[in-house]
Design a protein around this ligand. Structure first.
Ligand code: NAD
Length: 249
């Protein structure tokens, strides 16, 4: 039987990259998925994979998030995927950039979790999965100042929710990927290419920092997300699941 049969999932930033792949995997495993993204057009085609409800949603808009979540069925799975990679050191990060990254990468999770948790607790079960990164409190990467700060904070938020609601049947885990192929990674490769002498050189630099000698794929993250979403992982909570091709070794 399918691994998420009968489960309801809420997925943010499901339009492309890891979010898209995870939403497709949840659907293939039989879940009903409430999939949202800032750009609704990116959600096209998800219906080919199963029972999906798509909607435009900006996770930085508190009112919109509250209104959207009030209208979804109480989920068994909440996958908080939305995030943005700011490039630069502390000296490149003005208050606007700081606030934007913390709002999108962290406060968005506070919005969705605080809105849905009371109903999930009432249901007596739930798996919350938060997108962190190896580049957080785990592995230092150059020019990822505010990004690392937000992703480290995601780990703290995750562990806090895990411990406070452990007796309510709620699990909360963080996924910490290394470098994963995605549309936004392509953008970062192009950006780096402008300073290191070309896109190919930049891509090689991203690949070489992965000890396995290749980038990870969104599919590899989706396998982990399905596991964390399913009852197979029912003894696992508050963890930071490193999936980084040995980057942090
Ligand atoms: P991506 O960056 O290519 O796509 C991000 C998606 O988020 C887009 O579809 C975009 O429309 C959506 N989005 C942007 N702002 C939004 C908002 N305000 N509200 C709702 N949706 C919004 O995808 P990715 O690279 O797979 O990254 C997904 C997550 O995984 C992020 O949290 C990222 O930090 C994390 N991550 C990625 C990597 C990697 O190497 N790709 C590594 C570690 C962690």
């Amino acid at each position: 039987s399918k691994r998420l049969e009968g489960k309801i999932a809420v997925c943010t930033a499901a339009g492309q990259g890891i979010g898209r792949e995870v939403a497709e995997a949840f659907l293939r495993e039989g879940a009903t998925v409430f999939a949202s993204d800032l750009d609704e057009t990116k959600l096209e085609g998800l219906d080919a994979f199963g029972d999906v409800r798509t909607m435009a949603l900006d996770v930085t808009n508190s009112e919109a998030v509250a209104a959207y979540l009030a209208g979804v069925e109480t989920p068994d799975i909440l996958f908080n995927c939305a995030g943005f990679v700011h490039h630069g050191t502390v000296l490149d990060c003005d208050e606007k950039a700081w606030d934007f990254s913390f709002d999108l990468n962290l406060k968005s999770m506070h919005r969705t979790i605080s809105a849905l948790l009371p109903r999930m607790v009432e249901k007596g079960a739930g798996s919350i999965i938060n997108m962190s990164s190896a580049a957080s409190s785990i592995k230092a990467a150059p020019n990822r100042y505010v990004y690392m700060a937000t992703k480290a904070a995601v780990i703290g938020l995750t562990r806090s929710v895990a411990i406070d609601f452990i007796r309510s049947g709620i699990r909360c885990n963080a996924i910490c990927p290394g470098t994963i192929e995605s549309p936004s990674l392509e953008g970062r490769i192009e950006e780096l290419g402008r300073t290191v002498g070309g896109t190919d050189k930049a891509r090689t630099m991203f690949i070489e920092r992965q000890p396995m000698g290749r980038l990870g794929t969104p599919e590899e993250i989706a396998y982990l997300a399905v596991y964390l979403a399913s009852d197979e992982s029912r003894f696992t909570t508050g963890t930071t699941q490193l999936i980084d091709g040995g980057w942090s070794l």
